[in-house]
Ligand binder design. Structure first.
Ligand code: BGC
Length: 353
């Protein structure tokens, strides 16, 4: 792991850590927001590409609205106004999307400086102490995020502890483009999800509380569809494609999501122990200046945000987001990258046996 100064922003000085698996997988991660800024993946033809969207400066990360690559908390996705009640106490949350709170509030974890901890070549570990009352949430919270590279995966592990009852929902907000971050729309990518249900929302994107089967709808992604089909689906016009929370029906040994590049040279499988995944096809990106002079248009990336259910604080039928003193909150998500020819070769070996 190597570390260098990246820049500064109103949150403070930002450093960038570079980690590598020594076999072509390399990640750059920022102390601001414990943010994944780049992920270099080598396909079977030897072509190296950066498969996540990002910015070139600390200010853009601090002021940007896209949450590129960020660790989002304390509570990713939405909590309806004015806040929530826990053990008979009311907590009012500062809003940042109309009257509701999105992605942990105006200065959530993605806009705070995390402390890098000593770690090996293949990993970066960050810690954040979030004080009682931070963005309206109770309890002093210690949270740690580890980015680790294995032979073909990026693994993100989370750990958190509190000294008073609180709620927690962490995710990573990377926008993937398996053709490379600079290569236009992800419309040609193919997507498949292990999800039998989704949580419908109202016009403010707040869950209604219903857990509805995907069968018979455009959201049935149990057989793969192109992202382009979803972007142009009339039923998904208001969200300009996907911006939906899917309930995962597999286990952490089955991919929650599969994404394939249009040319078939690279695929990503997402494994997680979280109960849900928000899939966002970036319908509202709108020509954001990105890394190395790239300009990101709508639909130039896809977020596969593994998480608990949005607004779970208001829906007793959703998995509980409560964390209590003495408990350790742990979670793991793995993004496994494969060159298509490697997948084919494995199948061929299996057939020969
Ligand atoms: C949300 C979108 C939002 C985007 C950027 C996603 O997680 O679901 O509605 O526009 O993040 O904030």
């Amino acid at each position: 792991m190597s570390m260098q100064y990246f820049g500064s922003c109103p949150a403070g000085e930002v450093h960038e850590l570079t980690i590598s698996n020594g076999r072509g997988l390399e990640a750059k991660v920022l102390s601001l927001g414990a943010t994944l800024r780049s992920l270099l993946v080598t396909d079977e033809s030897g072509r190296r590409r950066d498969v996540v969207l990002g910015y070139d400066s600390a200010e853009e990360y601090f002021f940007g609205e896209a949450y590129f690559g960020a660790t989002v908390g304390r509570f990713c996705n939405r909590i309806a106004a004015p806040g929530f009640e826990l053990d008979g106490k009311c907590f009012v949350l500062p809003p940042n999307e109309g009257k509701n709170q999105l992605h942990g509030g105006p200065f959530g974890f993605s806009r705070q400086i995390w402390t890098p901890l000593p770690a090996g070549e293949d990993r970066a570990v960050f810690r954040l102490i979030s004080p009682d009352g931070d963005m309206g949430f109770p309890g002093n919270l210690m949270v740690q995020v580890t980015y680790r590279l294995t032979e073909e995966s990026l693994v993100i592990e989370y750990e958190a502890e509190t000294d008073a009852p609180t709620v927690l929902n962490l995710t990573n907000h990377s926008y993937f483009n398996l053709s490379g971050h600079e290569s236009g729309s992800v419309g040609g990518h193919r997507l498949k999800l292990t999800a039998d249900f989704f949580t419908p929302t109202d016009e403010q994107m707040i869950p209604t509380g219903e857990i509805r089967p995907v069968s018979g709808s455009v959201l049935d992604l149990r057989t793969e569809k192109t992202v382009g089909e979803l972007i142009s689906a009339p039923e998904l016009k208001t969200t300009q494609g996907l911006d939906h929370n899917f309930v995962l029906s597999g286990s952490d040994a089955v991919p929650a999501a599969w994404l394939k590049a249009p040319d078939g040279t690279l695929s990503a499988e997402v494994y997680t122990d979280r109960p849900a995944i928000q899939v966002y096809t970036a319908g509202f990106l709108g020509n954001v200046p990105g890394k190395n002079g790239a300009v990101y248009a709508d639909h130039q990336g896809i977020c596969l945000e593994t998480q608990g259910f949005p607004d779970a604080v208001h829906h007793p039928n959703f998995p509980s987001p409560v964390l209590r003193a003495g408990e350790v909150w742990r979670s793991r998500t793995e993004y496994r990258f494969r060159g298509a020819s490697r997948v084919r070769r494995r199948k061929a070996v299996m057939i020969r046996i």
